[in-house]
Design a protein around this ligand. Structure first.
Ligand code: ADP
Length: 246
């Protein structure tokens, strides 16, 4: 499998405390990967590094077939080269319709001169419908985002991220607070999205990770403790000790 994201020997120290400790691993271009680990393992800091929010003290992070160094880019540039991040809480424009939210996301992604000189109205509508279809909101296009369920808001935000054409999507606890039916839809959506891009899911909920049925990376003390199927990593003695304190 060709690696899309390559993290190599990365360390981050906060006030003398090493939150990420010589972390190395890679993600394939069309891969669904779950990252798990106890509180404080470094999961959030890992996402902050990849998106340019936190700068490591050591190591390299490369992205794409031409191996762009993400560490030399700003947060905005990293988003532009194709890294999207979905935070845990949905941030949609509640007073706007689903269609308007998706249209705004499409426009925000475009270079300003294109918006000024090129009326892309009809194309926008087709693209918005396509995005809504992809995330399962085709029937909700005229509804205000504020009227959607929690799960639907999360899918709308995923649609807004997809409008930006990411090649890697980092998703933080996507199933938190969802009903069982919403979790099932979210699982199917993540699996489907990973057919055409890389999707990294940071998750606490092992039942949800099991449903994803993908390779799992276990982080502990800022490094990879184990990697493989969920079945494989949960048999690992060190992983058991870290989770159960034995
Ligand atoms: P996780 O997301 O796996 O719970 P984090 O990446 O949030 O872990 O944190 C890893 C470690 O780094 C934790 O011990 C946390 O307290 C510490 N940490 C994270 N961010 C900061 C910061 N800005 N300043 C100091 N310590 C931090």
């Amino acid at each position: 499998m060709t690696a899309l994201l390559e993290v190599s020997g990365v360390s981050v120290t906060f006030d003398g405390f090493r939150a990420i400790n010589n972390l190395s691993f890679s993600i394939g271009a069309q891969e669904l990967r779950a990252i798990i680990g106890p509180n404080g393992a470094g999961k959030t800091t890992f996402m902050d590094i990849v998106t340019g929010k936190t700068r490591p003290d050591a190591g390299t992070v490369t992205f794409g077939e031409r191996s762009i160094s993400l560490l030399s880019l700003s947060e905005a540039e990293i988003a532009r080269v194709g890294v999207g991040r979905k935070f845990q809480r949905p941030t949609v424009f509640e007073d706007q319709t689903v269609a308007e939210n998706l249209t705004m996301a499409l426009k925000a992604h475009r270079a300003p001169w294109r918006v000024l000189f090129w009326n892309e109205g009809p194309n926008d509508r087709a693209k918005v419908e396509e995005l809504a279809q992809e995330v399962g909101l085709a029937e909700h296009l005229p509804r205000k985002a504020g009227e959607l369920s929690h799960g639907q808001k999360q899918w709308l935000e995923i649609g807004m991220l997809l409008a930006q054409g990411p090649r890697l999507l980092l998703v933080d606890e996507p199933a938190a607070g969802m009903t069982l039916a919403e979790r099932e839809h979210t699982t199917a959506l993540l699996v489907e999205m990973a057919k055409t891009r890389a999707v990294v899911v940071v998750e606490h909920d092992m039942e949800f990770v099991r449903r994803l049925n993908c390779k799992v990376t276990v982080l502990h003390e800022g490094a990879v403790l184990a990697e493989g199927s969920l079945e494989h990593v949960t048999k690992n003695q060190q992983v058991i000790e870290v989770y159960l304190g034995r």
